[in-house]
Design a protein around this ligand. Structure first.
Ligand code: AMP
Ligand code: ZN
Length: 490
């Protein structure tokens, strides 16, 4: 048996405290993660949110729990302002690109899924698509309308004073100071929000549905309440999202869940719909390239095009705690790539040496492995301390005088939690090779070989000439590189 005995402790944003994790359904963990709004490509900051949710899911699996993870795809309802103002992001993108909303949503959903795969993020049990749940959203809204909502010309509004402790997650007061929540005439409280947005008279939207409150579209917050409740049942275990969602989106989801479940105060977290609310902090970039509105922004594909393997970005995320802000830099990404290379090279050598797989009982109890395994378990169980878990993995990789099969089995088990896929990566996968480079790798390999032969013959003038030929193609020969790379693109 693998030692996974440390109690799992998670930081609950609702209580702002570390709490031991106690599943609602023994032996299970049910997790909902707010998914992307598919009006544009995700930036790498968005993907940090899913790397975090993935590590959480993998940790719950490591703890022996049966995981049910849901991520939604928001293809309707998310306005250009998180609160209650602006227009639907997808309607706007469709107009700007003269395309149908459905085409826009399909294209960017596919792009998001490609990033999910490239980052080794495991598939959730369900990808719930918001537009598939509109009838369920109308039903949900009907069930709370009488007690908790009122109608205005713009649609059906949720009255936040009808539930206990509104805004506790954000630690925000109900009725004051929130200047960025746009005033809508007739709203009873500034924080009240639309759960159904009527199509204004004389307009048609590409996406609209009939409802008891007129033709229109659901509010963004309603979607997540409905999909999480339907697929996981209230209360479920953990709700995740980026830290921005702690301010408006999640407090509004919580208010709806309370109304729907006829529940009381948030002093009992279960009344919020989920026992634990977890938020990853932001990835930041000083020059503003994270903003999707600024021309070339930081997409995963940009990193790949510049020659960085996407899993170097995953490693960069894991090196920081998910609750800390993480500053992106190309130097930092380069350092993560080098660290990943070292790991991959060590694992490749082990793979060559190791024979048949070693049974779990053998490797986990090995006297050199067992204490490291316990330390890894303690780190990951302490609110997902991936930075420390990674250093323990490094220590396992560095173990000396130990059977290669045992070591490989241990590394693979720890990597199942971190998700770097070390067992499948090769040195050449990681080579820095910008997509724009027009080089012939076979030709370069041939010159590198000729040059090695020249150096062995002490024919330094030939060796230098060959080095210059490489340099003409933008290729730098890397003599004596500790990682064993023969060359890289300059
Ligand atoms: P969106 O597509 O805008 O709904 O965002 C998808 C996810 O990314 C949400 O969980 C956001 O909270 C999260 N997010 C947005 N920006 C960042 C960022 N810079 N760093 C980390 N997470 C982010
Ligand atoms: Zn959501």
């Amino acid at each position: 048996m693998t030692d996974t005995a440390a109690p799992l402790v998670l930081f609950n944003s609702l209580t702002r405290a570390l709490e031991p994790f106690a599943p609602v359904h023994p032996g299970e963990a049910r997790v909902y993660s707010c998914g992307p709004t598919v009006y544009n490509y995700p930036h790498i900051g968005n993907m940090r949110a899913y790397v975090f949710a993935d590590v959480l899911g993998r940790t719950l699996t490591w703890k022996g729990l049966k995981l049910t993870h849901v991520i939604n795809i928001t293809d309707v309802g998310h306005l250009t302002d998180d609160a209650d103002a602006g227009e639907d992001k997808l309607e706007k993108a469709a107009r700007a690109n003269a395309q149908s909303i459905w085409d826009i949503a399909r294209h960017y959903t596919q792009a998001y899924w490609a990033d999910i795969a490239a980052l080794n993020i495991r598939q959730p049990a369900h990808w719930s698509i918001a537009t598939d749940y509109v009838p369920a959203m109308i039903e949900f809204a009907q069930s709370i309308a009488d007690k908790h909502c009122y109608e205005l010309p713009g649609g059906l509004y949720f009255d936040v004073s009808t539930v206990a402790d509104y805004g506790r997650l954000a630690r925000a007061a109900t009725d004051e100071g929130e200047g960025r929540i746009e005033q809508v005439e007739g709203k009873r409280h500034q924080a009240d929000f639309a759960i159904w947005r009527k199509t204004p008279a004389g307009e048609t939207r590409q996406m609209e549905w009939d409802s008891p409150w007129g033709k229109g579209a659901p509010g963004w917050h309603l979607e997540c309440s409905v999909m999480s409740g339907k697929l996981l049942g209230f209360p479920f275990d953990i709700h995740t999202g980026g830290i921005d969602h702690r301010e408006i989106h999640h407090p509004n989801e919580i208010a709806q869940n309370q109304a729907f479940c006829c529940a009381g105060s948030l002093s009992d977290a279960a009344n919020s719909g989920a026992n634990v609310w977890m938020h990853n902090n932001f990835l930041v970039e000083r020059s503003g390239k994270m903003s999707k509105s600024s021309g070339e922004f930081l997409r995963l594909q940009l990193l790949i095009d510049k020659g960085y393997h996407p899993l170097a970005y995953r490693l960069l995320c894991l090196q920081a705690h998910y609750r800390s802000e993480l500053e992106f830099s190309w130097e930092g990404l380069g350092a993560a790539l080098t660290r990943l290379k070292r790991m991959v090279m060590a694992v490749s050598q082990l793979r060559e040496r190791a024979g048949e797989g070693v049974a779990a009982a053998d490797w986990a109890q090995h006297p050199k492995v067992a204490p490291l395994l316990a330390r890894f378990d303690a780190a990951i169980s302490e609110d997902l301390n991936t930075a420390v878990a990674l250093t323990v993995l490094d220590e396992v990789i560095a173990l000396k005088k130990i059977d290669a099969g045992v070591k490989l089995a241990a590394i693979t088990a720890l990597d199942d939690v971190l998700g770097l896929g070390l067992a499948h990566l090769t040195r050449t996968d990681l080579r820095l090779r910008p997509v724009a480079a027009t080089i012939d790798e076979a030709e370069i390999a041939a010159i590198v070989d000729q040059r090695a032969a020249a150096r062995a013959d002490k024919d330094f003038s030939l060796s230098d000439a060959l080095r210059d030929r490489l340099a003409e193609q933008g290729v730098e020969a890397m003599d004596g590189d500790p990682l064993g790379w023969d060359w890289r693109l300059g």
